[in-house]
Design a protein. Sequence first.
Length: 277
Amino acid sequence: MDRYAVIGNPIAHSKSPLIHAAYARQTGQELSYEAILGPLDGFAATVAAFRADCGRGMNVTVPFKLEAHALADRLTPRAAAAGAVNTLAFGADGILGDNTDGAGLVRDITVNLGSVLAGQRVLLLGAGGAARGALLPLLAEQPATLTIANRTESKAIALAEGFRQQHPDVALDACGFAALAGRRFDVVINATAASLADEAPPLPAGLYADGALAYDMMYGRGDTPFLAAARSDGAARLADGLGMLVEQAAESFLLWRGVRPDTAPVLAELRAQLAAR
Ligand code: ATR
């Protein structure tokens, strides 16, 4: 049987095995999908052993996304732009590295939440790996403006610089948080790691235009700190990153198996599990 797995460290709480098992059942695909704890000093060796033992593909999570990028023989354009790989596909011609995180984000926003990105003023918070991974798919939606804001302003400016040539049609700018004062946005996406410290990024008030969406790539039970702050700042719509998780998995499944699973029932099941916790 074709084997797939997610590799990370830690990995015990990964929802990927549950998600991919549901996709396999739903699409009638015969495959197995497991979680593998990757040794911190043995990523490449663990991948090679899995590949040699009927492995067809892997999802890659913290802290191995950069190593996976280096390991791949070929990269999709979105993985090259992200500088990180979350999906490996093993073929006769070597290892293909892809990054489905940004596509999962965009699909969650545009399909599941029904929000338009085209022509909108979009604010992306953060300039680390999560923000970088989202940039190319966000730009492809042709927002009117895309602003990258980060605690460390220089990192936001450097990130914008690298992408500006590829999409001269989108007004791409970068700044620190304080410089956002007085500006308004239709979609605000939190790609910072602030929630890990149980904090919201320190943003000026009044950022949300009428009907604006606040989107946190993190998820948890109830509002994340960013979403709680967005709610009190008047964001009309709030969404966490559970839909992105399910959608990035669907993009990986599509790459591996050539069929796109229906994410809605899986997202509903995970949402119910989260609420019952
Ligand atoms: P990831 O791969 O998850 O993006 P990362 O590369 O470490 O992780 O980047 C973390 C991002 O979260 C950075 O943009 C970081 O801001 P700095 O560049 O100024 O470090 C941001 N971040 C982390 N903690 C934060 C906090 N408490 N408030 C605001 N931004 C924070």
